[in-house]
Design a protein around this ligand. Structure first.
Ligand code: S3P
Length: 431
């Protein structure tokens, strides 16, 4: 476990190009593997999580050539995967999405397992709708990995989601491509829609109506070229750093601006962070796009105010909520996050690890059942924080250090390689 020290920095200046989007990279690899024609993915995220997905696609029979961020995939077709044991590593998205497809590959048996963190992450949320479609799934204690999937003929369903989760939505939609008839998913609040956009770009008929999305069985997928934008969740670390270190102005180049991923940007703006550049507007009912918009943003440090983040906003900022807590430490007044109980089942229990971690650095923060409450105290003292093997916790600690009075040591900084292998070098160039 590597301990890395992050000292307080003067104004941050320059340009940062965030690494490729993790969510879109996972989906691009899976959809390319579902096709039969060679597909090229440019700007694929070359990181631990997304490389687990490439390895999984190879293991089920796809031919994958990776040259850094350039990936070529020759898929196996929708019914072509061969039954194998799949090691998902730390990748929750791989573990939750792929079973949707494989559950409908008749006659093949697949098993899924991963690292010690993945073994704590529930899969009953996908097993339940997939079983309603006819799937045969056996999980540990009926809810955890390791688990196995026996491929059978699936039936389309209409599924009203009990948890707001893009992973569950995507899993059911993937199953819909190999199921008889039509499959409909109904969300209670919007979540990231990369799967829907990529399906549409790949020639799959997707019907979207507000919070309802339907697909039908597909014969084929035409994914020939996918360009992955920069990851807005990784860019969020630079946004927070630039916002918190007085005098900073940082340009973020080539970040995805899909409105279902920029909830953090809107929360930060509400708190007073100055973000210039074009974010994709929240569409009206008719306005769904099949493209992934990309843009440049410029972030300038400023005075911040506390805010309340409500359940409705949570899915669109889910991975960035630890950064909202950090902004709250520097803001005037109180910052509250509600309706975010999903944080408890991320790579770590992020309510517990964020509250304990930031408190150890001098923050006034209390955990609640479904979020946290932060009192702004004008900044962070510093100290030591553990990543608990969670990439976003590691990077939270690093940004806290850069913006702190005395510096922060992050125990377990290597976890950042799950989503952001160049984190250290990128931030060294800004300070
Ligand atoms: C993801 C969805 C989110 C997010 C995760 C990636 C995805 O999880 O936390 O990092 O790619 O669909 P949930 O949809 O389960 O909340």
């Amino acid at each position: 476990v590597s301990a890395v020290r992050f000292d307080p920095a003067g104004p941050l200046t320059g340009t940062i190009t965030p690494p490729a989007d993790k969510s879109i990279s996972h989906r691009a690899a899976m959809l390319a593997a579902m096709g039969t024609e060679p597909a090229s993915i440019s700007n694929y995220l070359d990181a631990e999580d997304t490389n687990s997905t490439l390895a999984a696609m190879r293991s089920i029979g796809a031919i994958v050539e990776q040259n850094g961020s350039d990936v070529m995939v020759e898929g196996v077709g929708l019914s072509g995967p061969r039954g194998v044991a799949i090691d998902v590593g730390n990748a929750g998205t791989l573990m939750r999405l792929l079973p949707g497809w494989l559950a409908g590959v008749e006659g093949q048996e697949f098993s899924f397992d991963g690292d010690s963190s993945i073994r704590k992450r529930p899969v009953d949320r996908i097993a339940q709708p997939l079983r309603r479609m006819g799937a045969s799934i056996q999980a540990t204690d009926d809810r955890l990995p390791p688990f196995s999937v026996m491929g059978v003929a699936l039936q389309g369903i209409e599924y009203e989601m009990p948890v707001a989760s893009a992973q569950v939505k995507s899993c059911v939609l993937l199953a819909g491509l190999v199921a008889e008839g039509e499959t409909t998913v109904i969300e209670s609040v919007p979540s990231r829609d990369h799967t829907e956009r990529m399906f549409m770009a790949g020639g799959v008929r997707v019907v979207r109506d507000g919070l309802k999305v339907s697909v039908a069985r597909a014969d084929d997928l035409q994914v020939d070229a996918i360009q992955v934008p920069g990851d807005p969740s990784s860019a969020a670390f630079a946004i927070a750093a630039a916002a918190l270190v007085p005098g900073s102005t940082v340009k973020i180049a080539g970040s995805g601006t899909n409105w279902t991923r920029t909830g953090f940007h809107r929360i930060a703006q509400r708190m007073g962070v100055r973000i210039e550049g074009e974010l994709e507007p929240i569409p009206d009912v008719e306005g769904f796009s099949e493209h992934e918009p990309i843009g440049d943003l410029v972030v300038t440090a400023s005075e911040l105010n506390g805010t309340t983040v409500t359940a409705q906003e949570v899915p669109l900022a889910i991975d960035e909520l630890p950064l909202v807590a950090l902004l709250g430490c520097f803001a005037e007044g109180e910052t509250v996050v509600q309706g975010a109980e999903e944080l408890r089942v991320k790579e770590s229990d992020r309510i517990e690890t964020v509250v304990r971690g930031l408190r150890g650095l001098g923050a006034q923060i209390e955990g609640t059942d479904d979020g946290f409450v932060v009192q702004g105290t004008g900044g962070i003292r510093g100290g030591t924080i553990s990543s608990h093997g969670d990439h976003r916790l590691a990077m939270l600690g690093a940004i806290a250090g850069i913006a702190s009075k005395e510096g922060v040591t992050v125990d377990g900084m290597e976890a950042a390689a799950v989503s952001y292998p160049t984190f250290g070098a990128d931030f060294a160039a800004l300070v």
